[in-house]
Ligand binder design. Structure first.
Ligand code: TYD
Length: 197
């Protein structure tokens, strides 16, 4: 199965991605865990430009995320799935739909089209959206990169965007409550994925 995790910085999605990968491995499954932006040598370089570099116009940002994702899909995700492995990714296409498509106002349809081209149409079987309100998320992190340093309004727009995406893709996106204690939430997520395994 191919499962992605999405949510605001500070939602706890990275912890849950890790717990899911561990749980699947505990069941004897072969799991490739990855993250975006990054996950390949090119992706890690692009990550630096995106998160530590200069300000850039929104389409440059969207194109760089898509470039890193193209490399990750073709060199990591597709080969793993073809070898019968599970793939768990901390962020994927929905991050671009929420941050660039909606919060940066480039348009969900256009960002989806760009990313479907870049990944040759590789979409997750399920996307776990870890929801916490933006104030809680903000209190849990210290803004450490260019996008995390955006305004509270921007992060509120991203939160709204994720909720809108969950309504747009109800069969793929499963929203869960990020204020649930981590181990309990991990169990719930496993339950929501049972029909896939
Ligand atoms: P993040 O998951 O926060 O990385 P880490 O937790 O390892 O620091 O990702 C960095 C930022 O990039 C985050 O604020 C969301 C943003 N982002 C986008 O705007 N679009 C995308 O397509 C992706 C993958 C991330």
């Amino acid at each position: 199965m191919f499962v992605t995790f999405e949510g605001l910085d500070g939602s706890g999605k990275s912890t849950q991605a890790q717990l899911l990968a561990d749980a699947l491995r505990g069941q004897g499954r072969d799991v490739v865990a990855t993250r975006e932006p990054g996950g390949t040598p090119l992706g890690e370089q692009v990550r630096q430009i995106l998160l530590d570099g200069h300000a850039m116009v929104p389409w440059a940002e969207a194109a760089l995320f898509a470039a890193a994702r193209a490399e990750l899909a073709e060199t990591v995700i597709v080969p793993a799935l073809q070898a019968g492995k599970d793939v768990v990714s901390d962020r994927y296409i929905d991050s671009s739909l929420a941050y660039q498509g909606i919060a940066r106002d480039l348009g969900v349809d256009r960002i989806l089209r760009l990313n479907l081209e870049a990944t040759r149409g590789v979409l997750p079987d399920r996307t776990i959206l870890v929801l916490v309100d933006p104030e809680t998320a903000r209190a849990r992190t210290r803004a450490s990169d260019r996008i995390e340093r955006e305004s509270a309004e921007f992060h509120a727009a991203v939160d709204d965007a994720y909720r809108a995406l969950a309504a747009m893709f109800p069969n793929r996106i499963v929203a869960v409550d990020g204020t649930t204690p981590p181990k309990e939430l991990a169990q719930k997520i496993l339950g929501r994925l049972r029909d896939l395994s």
